[in-house]
Ligand binder design. Structure first.
Ligand SMILES: [Ca+2]
Length: 223
């Protein structure tokens, strides 16, 4: 992997870099995704609610924990996030669980649930803010603005690819729904941050071994 796809060779910058001086993928962002990953033991020890947790969050956890196990599994989370007429994508559920536990255990305890709850509130706000035409979906220009606000300037080619990949209708709508929007942003964020770790000088290029490339990309493909 040698940097972002190049539009044209040579002069100028092919990355859609924002104005001078700023790294084009911006500072670490507080948006949406988990900034701190859960404890490595999260999968083994049931966590507890952080002190002062909003009772609404606790109630929401209890309502979601249908089998009363003290954990929310992927099916329970999907059910909790689905509305009466729309099922929340299981892929997105799995990606969220992966990011909030740094593992593939596919269940979360109260602590991770609380972080996830606020993160999803944040995502809902971002989604509504950037759904400028109130269509209930994010089109290409809306996605461009949303990603820019998070510090990610992707090229038009990448933007098109993202919209077609994350469009549930397989490209018919040319727009992304809420759950896939979260997945799309988390994927851009996660991959960009992995890339930045290898591109410490912000040059736009990085060197990966085959193994680390596979380990970086696969979790996002098979979440
Ligand atoms: Ca829209």
């Amino acid at each position: 992997m040698s940097g972002f796809p190049h539009g044209s060779s040579g002069a100028g910058n092919p990355y859609g870099r924002p104005p001078a001086g700023q790294p084009y993928y911006g500072p670490p962002s507080a948006y949406g995704g988990p900034s701190q990953y859960g404890s490595p033991f999260a999968s083994l020890v049931p966590s507890t609610f952080p002190p002062g947790t909003d009772p609404n969050v606790v109630a929401c956890f209890q309502a979601s924990d249908q089998d009363g196990s003290g954990f929310i599994d992927d099916y329970e989370l999907q059910r909790a996030l689905s509305s009466y007429n729309q099922s929340f994508s299981m892929r997105t559920v799995h990606l969220l669980m992966y990011l909030f536990t740094s593992s593939n255990t596919r269940k979360i305890g109260p602590k991770e649930f609380t972080s996830l709850f606020y993160s999803l509130q944040n995502w809902r706000n971002i989604f509504e803010r950037f759904d400028r035409d109130r269509s209930g979906k994010i089109d290409s220009s809306e996605l461009r603005e949303a990603l820019l606000s998070m510090g990610y300037a992707v090229s038009p080619v990448v933007l098109d690819l993202l919209v077609s990949k994350f469009d549930k209708t397989g490209g018919k709508n040319r727009a992304i729904e809420y759950d896939n929007f979260i997945e799309c942003c988390l994927t851009v964020k996660g991959l960009t941050e992995k890339f930045k770790e290898k591109d410490t000088s912000y040059s736009g290029s990085a060197t990966f071994s085959y193994e680390s490339f596979m380990l970086t990309v696969l979790p996002f493909l098979i979440a």
